[in-house]
Design a protein around this ligand. Structure first.
Ligand SMILES: C[S@@+](CC[C@H](N)C(=O)[O-])C[C@H]1O[C@@H](n2cnc3c(N)ncnc32)[C@H](O)[C@@H]1O
Length: 293
C-alpha cells in the first residue's frame, strides 16, 4: 500500500479542528484560540484570511511547522515560547524557554514606577534586577525618552534575549545588560530600582500549571521555602546601588506585600504605597531610600 503523506490535502478547517481537539484533550485552557494563533504563525497568513477560507489547503511546509507547534503545546509548552514572542506594555518582546514569559500583572510595576518619576524628561537612571526578557526596564525606558538603564540577570541566555529586545525596540543605546547576582557593575547608583524576583514558594511550584512548573526556568520561579529569599538578598545588596532619595518598586505575589515591606523597613527603606493588579491583588510595593545624611 502506498504511504500516506500526512500533509497531503490538509485544509485550514481540518488542521484547526484536529489541533483544537488535541489541545483540549491535553488540558490546554483556550484550545481554539491557541490553535488559531499557532496556525497564523506557522502559515504566515492573517487570522481573517485563514478563517475566511476554511477549505483552502495549507502549503506542506506550513502544515509541518503547524504540527510541530501543536505537539509542543500538547506537551504544555507555553504559547509564548512556541510563538517566540509576547506583548508587554504594548511592546512586542522576544521570549524563549530561557526567559519567564512576561505577565500582564507585571505591568503594575511599570505603572507604579511611572507614578514615582513625575518628570518624564529627566535623565533618570534605572536598574532592573532579574531582567529576564528585559520587559520591565524596556517598558520604563519606552516612557522616559532621556532615561538610561541597566538590566541584570544571573542567566546569560536570558540576557541575550533582553539585548535582542532592546535592539528590536530601538532602545539599545539607552539599555545595557550584564550578568550579576542581584547587583549591577560596581560603583553605579540608580534613581529607580525595579525587580520582579522569583517569589514562588519552592513547595508550591509542582502544584502550578505544567506551562509554568515544567517549562519556565526554575531560576525565574523559586523564591525558596517562604518565597522571600530573593527579596532578602536584593534588599541586603541595595544600599550601594540606589541613589540617596532613590525609589524602588518590587513585584510581589498575592499576600506577600506586608512581608516584603517588613524586609525593606528593617534595612532602612520607607514603603510608599502598594498597587493592585487587574485581579485586585496587591502586586507592586513602592519604596524610598533615605536621603543622604
Ligand atoms: C520572575 S523572573 C522576572 C523576569 C522579568 N523581570 C519579568 O518580569 O518577566 C526573575 C528573574 O530573576 C533572574 N534571577 C534569578 N536569580 C538571580 C540572581 N541571583 N541574580 C540576578 N538575577 C537572578 C532569573 O533568571 C529571572 O530572569
Amino acid at each position: 500500500m502506498a504511504r500516506v503523506d500526512p500533509d497531503c490535502g490538509v485544509t485550514v478547517e481540518r488542521a484547526l479542528a484536529e489541533a483544537e481537539r488535541a489541545l483540549r484533550e491535553a488540558g490546554v485552557d483556550r484550545p481554539r484560540l491557541d490553535a488559531r494563533l499557532m496556525l497564523t504563525a506557522a502559515s504566515g497568513l492573517g487570522l481573517e484570511r485563514l478563517v475566511g477560507a476554511p477549505r483552502a489547503e495549507l502549503p506542506k511546509d506550513a502544515a509541518s511547522r503547524y504540527r510541530a507547534m501543536v505537539s509542543r503545546r500538547v506537551a504544555r509548552a507555553p504559547l509564548a515560547h512556541i510563538l517566540g514572542r509576547r506583548e508587554f506594555w504594548s511592546l512586542d518582546l522576544l521570549v524563549t524557554p530561557d526567559t519567564l514569559v512576561p505577565r500582564p500583572d507585571s505591568e503594575t510595576v511599570v505603572e507604579a514606577a511611572m507614578t514615582l518619576l513625575e518628570d518624564r524628561l529627566r535623565g533618570w537612571r534605572v536598574l532592573d534586577l532579574g531582567t529576564g526578557t528585559g520587559c520591565l526596564l524596556l517598558a520604563v525606558l519606552s516612557e522616559l525618552p532621556n532615561a538610561c538603564g541597566f538590566g541584570v540577570d544571573a542567566s546569560e541566555a536570558a540576557l541575550a534575549v533582553a539585548r535582542a529586545n532592546a535592539e528590536r525596540l530601538g532602545l539599545a543605546t539607552r539599555a545595557a545588560f550584564a550578568r550579576g547576582d542581584w547587583t549591577a557593575p560596581r560603583g553605579e547608583t540608580f534613581d529607580l530600582v525595579v525587580a520582579n524576583p522569583p517569589y514562588i514558594r519552592e513547595g508550591d511550584i509542582a502544584t502550578l500549571a505544567p506551562e509554568i512548573s515544567q517549562h519556565e526556568p526554575r531560576l525565574a520561579l523559586s523564591g525558596g521555602r517562604d518565597g522571600l529569599d530573593a527579596y532578602r538578598l536584593i534588599v541586603s545588596r541595595l544600599g550601594g546601588q540606589i541613589a540617596a532619595g532613590g525609589r524602588g518598586v518590587f513585584e510581589v505575589a498575592a499576600g506577600q506585600a506586608a512581608a516584603v515591606e517588613q524586609i525593606l523597613v528593617q534595612a532602612g527603606f520607607s514603603p510608599l504605597f502598594r498597587r493592585r493588579d487587574l485581579a485586585g491583588n496587591e502586586r507592586a510595593v513602592a519604596f524610598l531610600a533615605a536621603d543622604a545624611p
